[in-house]
Write a protein that binds this ligand. Structure first.
Ligand SMILES: Cc1cc2nc3c(=O)[nH]c(=O)nc-3n(C[C@H](O)[C@H](O)[C@H](O)COP(=O)(O)OP(=O)(O)OC[C@H]3O[C@@H](n4cnc5c(N)ncnc54)[C@H](O)[C@@H]3O)c2cc1C
Length: 226
C-alpha cells in the first residue's frame, strides 16, 4: 500500500484518580521541556479523575524516554503539579499515532484501510477517534455496496476524500508550520498570543486562520471560492 506514513507521534497516558482538576476543561500544554514536539494533556473523566498524558515525536526526544517526560510533567510542571500531587495512576495506556496524514494508497485489490492504518488522525491534535469512526463507517458501507454489486471498491478513496480529505491534509500542513516553533517555548508563546481563542479552535480543527495563510494557501482558497 505504498510508503509507510513517515511521521508518528508516541503517546503515554495515565488514568489518574484523586486529582484536583476542573472537570469542565480539557487542558493542553505545549512545551519543549514537558512535551517535546507535541503536547501534554489533562482530560477530565469525572470530578476528580482524568486521563493525563503526553504525546511527543521521536525526532524531538534527544534520548529522553517517554515515562520520564510524563512523570516530569506530573511532578514538576508549575501549573500542573499541585493539581495532580495527591493523584494515583490506576491504568496506563500507550501507543503510536500517525501524524503524517494519509499514505499514498488506502485501498488495493479487496483490502480497504481505515482509522490509524490509513493515517486518519488529525495531525494538529493526534485525535483519531472521530476520523476512525467516520472512515470505518465509509469502509463498511463501501464493502457492503461492493458485495451487493452497487459500488466499486475503487471509489472508496474518493469517498474518504470527500468526507475529510481536505481537513486531514490541512492538519498536516498546519503541523508542519508549527513544527519549527515547537522547538522553542518563546516562539510557541508568540504564536499562541497572536491567535484569538476562536482562531486557536480553528487551527485544532484544521481550518487555517487568515494570519497563517501564505500566498499559496490564499491562492488555493481563492480557487476554491471561484
Ligand atoms: C495513549 C493514547 C491516547 C489517545 N487519546 C486520544 C483521544 O483522546 N482522542 C482521540 O480522538 N484519539 C486519541 N488517540 C488516538 C486514537 O486512539 C486512535 O487514533 C484511534 O483509536 C484509531 O482507531 P482504530 O480503530 O484505527 O485503531 P485502534 O483503536 O487501535 O483499533 C485497532 C484494533 O485492532 C486490534 N488488532 C490489532 N491487530 C489485530 C489483529 N492482527 N487481529 C485482530 N485484531 C487486531 C487492536 O487490538 C485494536 O483493538 C490516542 C492514542 C493513544 C495511543
Amino acid at each position: 500500500m505504498g510508503n509507510p506514513v513517515q511521521e508518528t507521534g508516541i503517546c503515554l497516558e495515565y488514568e489518574m484518580v484523586d486529582v484536583d482538576i476542573d472537570p469542565q476543561a480539557a487542558e493542553m500544554y505545549f512545551s519543549a521541556r514537558y512535551a517535546p514536539g507535541g503536547y501534554a494533556w489533562i482530560i477530565p473523566l469525572g470530578s476528580d479523575s482524568a486521563n493525563v498524558g503526553v504525546g511527543v515525536r521521536a525526532t524531538y526526544l534527544s534520548g529522553q524516554r517517554l515515562p520520564q517526560i510524563l512523570d516530569r510533567f506530573i511532578a514538576e510542571h508549575p501549573l500542573v503539579r499541585e493539581k495532580l500531587a495527591g493523584g494515583e495512576a490506576v491504568a496506563v495506556m500507550r501507543g503510536a499515532v500517525p501524524a503524517g496524514g494519509s499514505p499514498p494508497a488506502i485501498m488495493k485489490d479487496n483490502l480497504l484501510l481505515a482509522g490509524d492504518a490509513a493515517g486518519q488522525v488529525m495531525a494538529t491534535s493526534g485525535g483519531g477517534i472521530p476520523l476512525a469512526i467516520v472512515g470505518g463507517r465509509i469502509a463498511g458501507e463501501a464493502a457492503a455496496g461492493y458485495l451487493r454489486g452497487k459500488e466499486r471498491l475503487e471509489d472508496y478513496p474518493s469517498r474518504i476524500n470527500r468526507a475529510f480529505g481536505v481537513e486531514l491534509a490541512r492538519s498536516v500542513q498546519i503541523r508542519k508550520m508549527v513544527d519549527l516553533a515547537m522547538k522553542s517555548d518563546r516562539l510557541m508563546n508568540s504564536l499562541f498570543s497572536a491567535l484569538s481563542p476562536s482562531q486557536m479552535k480553528s487551527v485544532m480543527r484544521a481550518q487555517i486562520p487568515e494570519i497563517f495563510l501564505s500566498r499559496a494557501w490564499a491562492g488555493e482558497k481563492q480557487r476554491r471560492q471561484n
